[in-house]
Design a protein around this ligand. Structure first.
Ligand code: GLP
Length: 664
């Protein structure tokens, strides 16, 4: 059996549709059998779309349904006939003459089945059969226990489907229902079979049918004996099959994957460098601002994260217009511009040491504002890059990995960047001098060097071939509705708002807390920040090996633990306990992103942009916390803001992340 694993649901739908289109194009008068259900709906619609984009002749083709519901009107929305008609046949302009179906109502089913088989034979027999897979292993309506020799017949239904149909149609218990279906022997007669399965809920049965024994307990296992059967899966449905099976599969996007991982490191590094500059900049620029010291210092982080809501949409539009690679290169260009502004802020302040802008009763050097602008531009660059990197990491399949693992590996690289950043700031940028002796001129050389490095990275990426990811862009198909109408995505944006807010509050403000409230030394607070980011790294490295724990369970556990640490930290006024929160923050990004974008298909690139708007939490929460600390006169109780954020994430894990579309 050939196994094909597609990196995303959208790529899966497209690949499945292409199997049908190619069959129609390759052989006139093809006879193609189709299955209905959640797996195949988008695939059928995709066939119609491909046909509209580039018309081909479907008039000689015969389509037929593998099975049909017995005991309901044919017009019922859950009848296979009506599904195939609305999803496919109407769009292709196919008459009932070319859409053969078993009857939903008949006085003599055996005769109807014989007639159906004869009709298929008369048209040359089955060329291609697309089969869905029941969660209990059923094929068509052949439930576990069906003999392999069975030919077209009326079977019982699986109980869940029967309950759903009774609920939807209002048919009473005494009204008999069933499923009329090609038998397993008929199915094995098809010249070619493509079994399709997508989604995590199919992973267990996929493993059983592929790697378990051939047994009537798992009707689909009979396909192991078919001479020309392909099993087409998305990466979620392939989760549990052994690596030895996955490893023979392509394509594997290792080089693009590693590039994204490296860029994630750069992003983490610059984000934390920026946050770590708050302390030194407070000392270098803000010695004449009185009671606004904390509020103004936290503006450095604020302007960085403000860029996320502003630029998230830009990232999505660029992907649609310039593709993933074009967007990456542009993002890196913007990054160099931001670094140039840091450089300029230093040059200006050294050249005009006395100039100052009076804001109410405080005076601030203009160089500080240039720095804030640089921070905003860099934040914008990082936003655009992340809009590309997150879906890319999820979608670019690398043998032996799952999407959430790849996000965790990206996250680990991000953490390597954040972990080295505090030492870069205190040891390299400011050469280990005490906070009071920090000079603005020290900002120049390091940032110029980084800018040159980024240009080098851009040159390498320019030469590297980065495949565009099929079916993930809004440009691949028109968006029929607003991406905000997916409730689990919208609430995911809220969750990511609080996640990033909490992550940055601890990462950026732990320094100001330990310095201001507790008078700890610069080297101790640098160590705290490094350990916080370092624990995030440890957590992400461990997280990348968590193949089998669901993102929901991961998010529930980690938010609960973070809550515990926060309560203890506030109760005992103990910043070291906040350091431990890093461990639990580590896998939250990946878990929330995965939960929020599950099942979004060609909405994925738009969703990824929308998702980035939530990152503005990194601007707002730390600033709020700074203002709270200024007004309370100390940082200790301001951590309750973070505590609240963790509660919101916990509720997302438990309730909000369950897909349910908002009423339109
Ligand atoms: C249903 C249908 C099958 C279909 C299967 C999978 O009962 N009779 O033809 O292939 O179950 O459905 P889904 O794709 O919704 O999981």
């Amino acid at each position: 059996m050939k196994i094909t694993i597609e990196p995303s649901e959208a790529a899966f739908d497209l690949a499945a549709a292409q199997r049908i289109v190619n069959q129609i194009k390759e052989k006139k008068n093809s006879v193609i059998g189709l299955s209905t259900g959640r797996t195949t709906g988008n695939m059928h619609r995709k066939v119609v779309q491909l046909h509209q984009e580039e018309p081909f002749d479907v008039s000689p083709t015969t389509f037929f349904g593998v099975d049909e519901v017995v005991g309901v009107p044919r017009e019922y929305a859950g009848a296979c006939y009506t599904m195939l008609r609305t999803e496919l046949a109407d769009g292709l302009g196919i008459s009932d003459e070319h859409l053969l179906m078993l009857p939903t109502q008949s006085d003599d089913y055996p005769a109807a089945c014989r007639q159906f088989q004869a009709e298929l034979q008369a048209r040359g027999g089955i060329d291609l059969l697309i089969l869905g897979l029941g969660e209990n292993g059923h094929l068509g309506f052949n439930q576990p226990g069906t003999p392999f020799e069975s030919t077209a017949w009326v079977s019982k239904m699986n109980p869940e489907l029967e309950t759903r149909i009774r609920r939807e149609t209002g048919l009473p218990e005494e009204h008999p229902l069933g499923g009329v279906t090609l038998g397993l022997a008929d199915i094995m007669q098809a010249r070619r079979i493509v079994l399709v399965a997508k989604g995590r809920h199919k992973a267990a049965i996929v493993k059983k049918m592929l790697q378990g024994p051939v047994t009537t307990d798992v009707p689909a296992s009979i396909l192991q004996r078919h001479p020309d059967c392909e099993v087409l899966l998305d990466s979620e449905a392939a989760t549990l099959i052994g690596q030895e099976v996955q490893e023979v599969q392509g394509p594997s996007y290792l080089a693009p994957f590693l590039s994204m991982v490296f860029l994630f490191l750069v992003i983490g590094f610059l984000t934390t460098v920026n946050a770590q500059l708050q302390g030194p900049l407070q000392s270098a620029f803000l010695d004449r601002v009185g009671s606004l010291r904390n509020t103004l210092a936290t503006l450095v982080t604020f302007s960085w994260f403000l860029a996320y809501p502003v630029c998230g949409g830009v990232g999505s539009r660029w992907i649609d217009r310039y593709g993933y690679k074009g967007t990456l290169l542009r993002g890196l260009g913007v990054m160099v511009a931001g670094l140039a502004l840091y450089f300029l802020s230093s040059v200006y302040t050294v050249a005009y040491p006395q100039s100052a802008l009076a804001v109410s009763d405080v005076s601030i050097p203009p160089g500080f504002f240039i720095f804030l602008l640089g921070s905003f531009v860099l934040g914008g660059a990082v936003t655009v890059l992340q809009v590309v990197i997150n879906p890319y990491l999820m979608a670019c399949h690398v043998n032996g990995t799952q999407p959430i693992q790849r996000l965790a590996i990206g996250g680990s690289a991000n953490s390597v960047g954040t972990t080295i950043a505090p030492y870069f700031v205190s040891g390299i940028v400011f050469g280990g001098v005490a906070l009071e002796q920090v000079q603005v001129s020290q900002l120049r050389l390091p940032f110029l060097t980084i800018a040159l490095l980024i240009l080098l990275v851009a040159a390498v990426l320019y030469r590297l071939s980065l495949p565009d990811l099929a079916g993930t862009r809004a440009a691949d198909a028109p968006l029929e509705r607003s991406v905000w109408s997916f409730r689990h995505l919208t609430l995911g944006v809220v969750a990511i708002f609080f996640y990033v807010g909490c992550e940055v509050c601890v990462g950026a403000n732990i320094n100001l807390y330990a310095l201001g409230d507790l008078g700890l030394s610069t080297s101790t607070v640098t160590l705290m920040a490094t350990l916080y980011w370092g624990l995030m790294l440890v957590g992400r490295l461990c997280g990348s090996s968590l193949r089998s724990v669901s993102p929901r369970a991961q998010l529930t556990f980690t938010t609960l633990m973070a809550l515990l640490m926060l309560v203890l930290a506030v109760a005992f006024n103990q910043p070291w306990l906040l350091v431990a929160v890093g461990l639990f923050h580590s896998i939250m990004w990946g878990a929330i992103f995965t939960l929020a974008t599950t099942g979004l298909g060609h909405y994925t690139s738009a969703a990824s942009g929308v998702f980035m708007t939530g990152v503005v939490g990194g601007a707002i929460l730390p600033l709020l916390q700074g203002a709270a600390a200024d007004s309370l006169g100390a940082w200790r109780w301001s951590w309750l803001i973070v505590l609240f954020g963790e509660l919101v994430m916990l509720s997302y894990a438990l309730v909000g992340s369950r897909p349910k579309e908002k009423a339109e």
